[in-house]
Design a protein around this ligand. Sequence first.
Ligand SMILES: NC(=O)c1ccc[n+]([C@@H]2O[C@H](COP(=O)([O-])OP(=O)(O)OC[C@H]3O[C@@H](n4cnc5c(N)ncnc54)[C@H](OP(=O)(O)O)[C@@H]3O)[C@@H](O)[C@H]2O)c1
Length: 326
Amino acid sequence: MRSTVRMGVLGCADIALRKVMPAMEEAGNIELAAVASRDPAKARDVARRFGCAAADGYDGLLERADVDAVYIPLPTGLHAHWAGRALAAGKHVLAEKPLTCDHATALPLVDQARTAGLWLMENYMFLHHGQHRRVGELVAEGRIGALRVFTARFGIPPRDASDIRYSPELGGGALLDVGGYPIRAASHFLGPELDVVGSVLRMDPARGIDVAGHALLSTPSGITAELSFGFEHSYRSRYSLWGDQARLTVDRAFTPPPDQRPLIRIESGGRTEEPSFPADHQFRNVTESFARSILQNADYAPHAAAITRQAELVDRVRAQARLVTA
Ligand SMILES: NC(=O)c1ccc[n+]([C@@H]2O[C@H](COP(=O)([O-])OP(=O)(O)OC[C@H]3O[C@@H](n4cnc5c(N)ncnc54)[C@H](OP(=O)(O)O)[C@@H]3O)[C@@H](O)[C@H]2O)c1
């Protein structure tokens, strides 16, 4: 039985080069086998840098017998096409978030993976940082009392005008790019019965995409989630769980650097406590978790359910939104 998964990388994306390929090099159960690019010279450069093979384009990468699994960091609108092609070629798939632009596209992909006995994973890396497990433990210990409200914000400053996030054809827009994080975090803490009550999306009519948004969700018992996201904000990456006894806040919640200790604060009355937890490496953790799931033939059902529920919630935020332009 193999002890490592041989990975191929489809596209020399910024996130791949800066975070995920270095994390794969560090992971104990992954071998970087090959990388592909639309530009053969770029593939050769990156292959040299990471000590792997340069594949003959995206199709060539999928045909390689020395690749067990494919990482897809392409623009969002291309994930579904290439994930489907990779699964059809018998490869497990780690696709960047969001896996698809809508629920109708997510369902058949998840079914394709299940039927083929392959892992198809959506790369919400933050879930693989230990700080959220610690938060769950603190809440279960009663440190905030009964949970009343979950709030989450993920906003980034404007990007370069040529960025893939501004292209409707490539699956751009703030809801798909940054909005998915607070939605996924809300589901993580409030469970699968969470549903959308209402939303606002701020549109950029010249580009034809949404650049910011806000959503209100609720569980059947009325625990609410209030979520904000966008591309026209000073940087913010934070969530809070507000209970009847205290409020717990996590800063750098979605993008904590591997060497930074978690920034967790519990406020109650006039007192503030900052419990100390070790730093963690979500980029390495997620790649190791993906490979472990394959090597140990893990149960795919919970992950499949999370992918499809996330796509459903994103659809509902979009469908119910009051659209504003400014
Ligand atoms: N999980 C996370 O923390 C995280 C963080 C950032 C981004 N992401 C996700 O990762 C994906 C890529 O984001 P990024 O910022 O890394 O993007 P990027 O640097 O623009 O990379 C996208 C890559 O896709 C390839 N590509 C194929 N067709 C393309 C086209 N028509 N236009 C542009 N590029 C094309 C290019 O690689 P070649 O030229 O080599 O073929 C390009 O380098 C997005 O889905 C994003 O949401 C996830």
